[in-house]
Design a protein around this ligand. Structure first.
Ligand code: RAM
Length: 351
């Protein structure tokens, strides 16, 4: 298990008096985390938040959590930590959640590898007093107070189909190379793509032949991309709605005979995709700034702990440089819209 913990700011530490130090020492000895509640210092509040990403060691996760860490540091009294599995399999997060429940962490922010596999562990955490936020990849609605969604699910589906369609003249076979088979976020985007393919006449000649899974593992994704092209040599394109999948597929295509012939698009980090845009393997792809999701999660946590929101539709909360965010349908906060990247703008982005 990997656990990073950050204490309060220097200013805060200076004002802590002996009695508080003694109390904290007793709590630490008893294995307790700092509990929530308003501090005496104006609008700041004291709480602990633990992020549980789908997996550690994913460059996307690192950017996302970087945003959370920065936001936590900007607020005084927030104890920030990250724990999580190295693989994104369905139940790999359960033991980490149980540990956080024992530690009485105030807020658990989780990107779920499966909508249901983590629910009973999260419900136990809730019974123990924790607030539950999902970010990036949701659980079933009943298992969390609110979901920080990067973008509208339907917008992801339409940008991906549009980017592929315009490069293959809206005609021919294509495949999807996804993350894990249970990932809530990828499955929601894929379901919307399938619905658009059926309902929008402009896609009537585009044929989705298969969906394959690289499990958000670089090597597996590379091999799955290779297998895809050997099984379907006439494929016109691949959509990979995962930063791990698109980077591995681009790496495979870049040195293969399919380079520039098989169109690859999907969701990628500009820093990982830059070389493939410059060498002509990929023309365009999309994403958003993952750091904003981590940031929004920390501010949502603050508002939940302070009791100024419960996560119901219509709630609003301030989120630093993101301004005021609103909880919409399905207790979901939409952070922004997708950005499209190509050779003309990719150098303007550094994440
Ligand atoms: C991968 C993960 C993550 C997803 C991005 C687009 O890094 O699957 O959950 O949001 O891709």
């Amino acid at each position: 298990m990997k656990l990073f913990q950050e204490g309060g700011s220097a200013t805060r530490r200076r004002v802590i008096i002996g009695a508080a130090v003694a109390t904290a020492a007793i709590m630490a000895l008893a294995g307790c985390a700092t509990t929530g509640g308003s501090s005496s210092g104006g609008s700041s509040s004291k709480f602990s938040i633990a992020f549980v990403p789908k997996q550690l060691n994913n460059p996307y996760t690192d950017v996302e959590l970087g945003g959370g860490k920065k936001a936590a540091a900007a607020l005084s009294g927030v104890t920030y930590s990250v724990v999580g599995p190295n693989t994104a399999s369905a139940s790999s997060q359960v033991s980490y959640i149980n540990t956080l429940t024992q530690k009485k962490i105030n807020v658990i922010a989780i990107a779920a590898n499966d909508p249901n596999a983590v629910c009973s562990a999260l419900n136990q955490a809730k019974t123990g007093g924790a607030k539950i936020i999902t970010f990036d990849s949701d659980t079933a609605k009943s298992c969390r107070s609110l979901f920080i969604n990067q973008v509208n699910t339907a917008d992801v589906a339409s940008v991906e189909l549009k980017q592929l369609g315009e490069q293959i003249n809206y005609e021919g076979d294509f495949a999807i190379l996804s993350a894990t088979a249970n990932a809530t976020n990828q499955n929601a985007w894929i379901a919307d793509m399938k619905a658009d393919l059926k309902s929008d006449p402009k896609y009537s000649k585009m044929n989705l032949v298969t969906t394959v899974y690289g499990n958000d593992d670089d090597t597996t994704s590379f091999q799955v991309a290779q297998g895809l092209l050997s099984t379907y040599p006439n494929l016109k394109g691949i959509i990979s709605p995962t930063t791990v999948g698109i980077a591995a597929t681009a790496r495979y295509l870049s040195t293969s005979s399919y380079k520039g012939k098989v169109i690859l698009t999907g969701l990628g980090l500009p820093n990982q995709m830059r070389q493939y845009v410059k060498d002509g393997t990929v023309k365009e792809f999309a994403l958003w700034d993952p750091a904003k999701i981590g940031q929004a999660a920390v501010y949502a946590a603050k508002a939940l702990v302070a009791g100024t929101i419960t996560g119901k539709t219509g709630d609003t909360f301030k989120a630093g440089s993101l301004g005021t965010l609103k909880v919409g349908a399905d207790n979901t906060v939409i952070v922004g819209g997708p950005t499209e990247f190509d050779a003309a703008n990719i150098d303007n982005y550094n994440f």
